[in-house]
Design a binder for this molecule. Structure first.
Ligand code: NAP
Length: 516
């Protein structure tokens, strides 16, 4: 029990999040003999963003043969680009295969995670089905993902709207959209998947575009029986497909990071996509972006432009001024009445509310530390002042061109190497040295100098409030893989257990009645 009466459970490692990253961490832990861990997730099953984003048309714009764990290939992918339900199913199948549910507490929200210097532990207050308890863990792994906290637009009067408001990541499946007047705010990766589906059933659909996205066609098709057989029975065939997709994507990383002008052919491909989907010259102009391709995420769709050209769809480019009880008013004074507003306005990425719940050695939260300096860390994994905390998809690990699962797996290599070092050397406390973190961030910012994300002439969620790109890995992903192959203890201040003390479980169970 804690002094405040909470039941306490001690574990060696606590993982927050049961999406691709948290689940991957749990599997790697189990495979490497770290069996004393718990996974905490506020949802009811595995999947993270692929569980939460159930909007119509939800799919992944990275081909499935690459957007999957390398250690769990799926020969049954139904198509080149999988839909949300199939990816969600895949993640749960992998979790079941490794029996991770036995270590997982679902419907569990982390309210507060606080480093305790005397106990050398993270004290993690959680709530499961309304019951508060505490977990004490020597090591905390954050696998919450950057795209989990919906960003609701701060538009004048929006709280007065009398109809329904639905965020893309919290789709309301009970609402009957058929025949309704619908507004979609946003034209990002989520909106371009939602709009073509919703347009098919809407009475009328207004699409509010603030910035036109660059969109290339999607080479989407179902896999044939022959391909399925080859994936299953022809050794190396699916791996080869994965390798080819990976290599083609890395070429884009070169353009984005070092030579934005080299992306010109991509712009031409996007313009051809516009020409194919829209015949009206005015509409074509309205959807043609005015910044460099790659500055924001390059989107993929064959259906977006034809959807905008439909008779029941209007693209609104005049800025939104306010929302009234009945509809949306644009800067030119026009009010368009609607029954439901779909906000496909993205996520709190650099200002996630989760950051306020993680409190480090000096009593400051990640939110406070990062508000001052921007989102910074070391190899996307450790942050000075937050001992024994490893973040998955932490600062400077995001991508605009290929599969995040590849980056996650690089971090999982780093995690396993870190844990093996901790185990072998009886380490009780690890904190990345400030000079190592500063040097790493100087290198990241130097790499970004010529990048399209800084010089491409756009505003994007890749940048934080200071105007720095703190979300993306600049460069080739195999470079990140190389840098995270081994835990480099020299970059860390470490403390070791007193000789003779038990190093692996850094604190014995103190509450024998507590169960996971
Ligand atoms: P997003 O890319 O951040 O797009 C948000 C959209 O809402 C943008 O068009 C933005 O306009 C607009 N917006 C935001 N606030 C607004 C306001 N107050 N008024 C008017 N418009 C506003 O969000 P998302 O589409 O949800 O995608 C987020 C990320 O999720 C993606 O970048 C991607 O990494 C991931 N994602 C991936 C897939 C996939 O297929 N793999 C699918 C969906 C999402 P501006 O452009 O002007 O800011």
């Amino acid at each position: 029990m804690t002094p405040s009466g909470l039941t306490t459970t001690d574990v060696q490692i606590a993982i927050v999040g049961a999406g691709f990253s948290g689940l991957g961490a749990a599997i790697k832990l189990a495979q490497n003999g770290f069996t004393d861990y718990v996974v905490l997730d506020r949802g009811a099953d595995f999947g993270g963003t692929w569980r939460d984003n159930t909007y119509p048309g939800a799919a992944c714009d990275v081909p499935s043969n690459l957007y999957s764990y390398s250690f769990a290939p799926n020969p049954a992918w139904s198509r080149t680009y999988s839909h949300q339900a199939e990816i969600h199913r895949y993640i749960n199948e992998v979790a079941n295969r490794h029996d991770i549910a036995a270590h997982t507490r679902f419907r569990t929200e982390v309210l507060d995670a606080r480093w305790n210097e005397e106990q050398l532990q993270w004290l993690i207050d959680i709530e499961t089905d309304g019951v508060r308890t505490q977990i004490r863990a020597a090591i905390l792994i954050g696998g919450v993902g950057p795209l989990c906290e919906p960003n609701l637009p701060d538009i004048d009067g929006i709280e007065s709207f009398g109809g329904a408001i639905v965020h893309s990541a919290r789709w309301d499946h009970d609402y009957d959209y058929a025949g309704k007047r619908i507004a979609v705010i946003g034209t990002g990766a989520s909106a371009i998947q939602i709009v073509p589906e919703v347009a098919k059933i809407a009475g009328h659909l207004d699409v509010y575009q603030r910035t036109a996205p660059w969109i290339i066609p999607r080479a989407e098709r179902p896999y044939t029986t022959v391909e399925h057989l080859a994936f299953r029975y022809l050794p190396g065939y699916q791996k080869l497909s994965r390798g080819l997709i990976y290599s083609a994507s890395e070429a884009v990383a070169f353009g984005m990071t070092y030579a934005p002008a080299a992306l010109k052919p991509v712009e031409l491909l996007c313009k051809a996509n516009i020409a194919r989907g829209i015949s009206d010259a005015g509409l074509r102009r309205a959807v043609t972006p005015e910044y460099r391709v790659g500055c924001k995420r390059i989107l993929k769709s064959n259906e977006w432009y034809p959807a905008l050209a439909r008779d029941n769809v209007e693209l609104v480019t005049n800025p939104i001024a306010s929302v009234t009880p009945h509809g949306i008013v644009t800067a030119d004074g026009t009010e368009r009445e609607v029954d439901v507003i779909v906000v496909a306005t993205g996520f709190h990425v650099t200002d996630s509310p989760v950051f306020a719940r993680i409190v480090g050695a000096d009593g400051r939260s990640l939110a406070q530390v990062w508000a001052q300096r921007g989102m910074q860390g070391y190899k996307g994994s450790f942050v000075h002042g937050f001992p024994n905390l490893m973040l998955l998809i932490g600062p400077s690990t995001g991508l605009g061109h290929t599969s995040m699962v590849y980056m996650i797996e690089s971090q999982l290599n780093y995690l396993v190497s870190y844990l093996k070092t901790v185990r072998a050397q009886a380490i009780t406390r690890t904190d990345v040295r400030p000079d190592a973190q500063d040097a790493y961030n100087a290198f990241i910012q130097q790499r970004l100098r010529r990048s399209v994300w800084l010089g491409g002439g756009c505003a994007s969620w890749y940048k934080d409030a200071h105007g720095n790109v703190t979300t993306l890995w600049p460069g080739f992903t195999f470079d990140f893989r190389r840098r995270t192959r081994h835990f480099d203890s020299a970059a860390y201040d470490v403390s070791r257990a007193i000789p003779g003390a038990a190093p692996a479980r850094l604190l014995p169970r103190t509450d024998a009645s507590a169960t996971l």
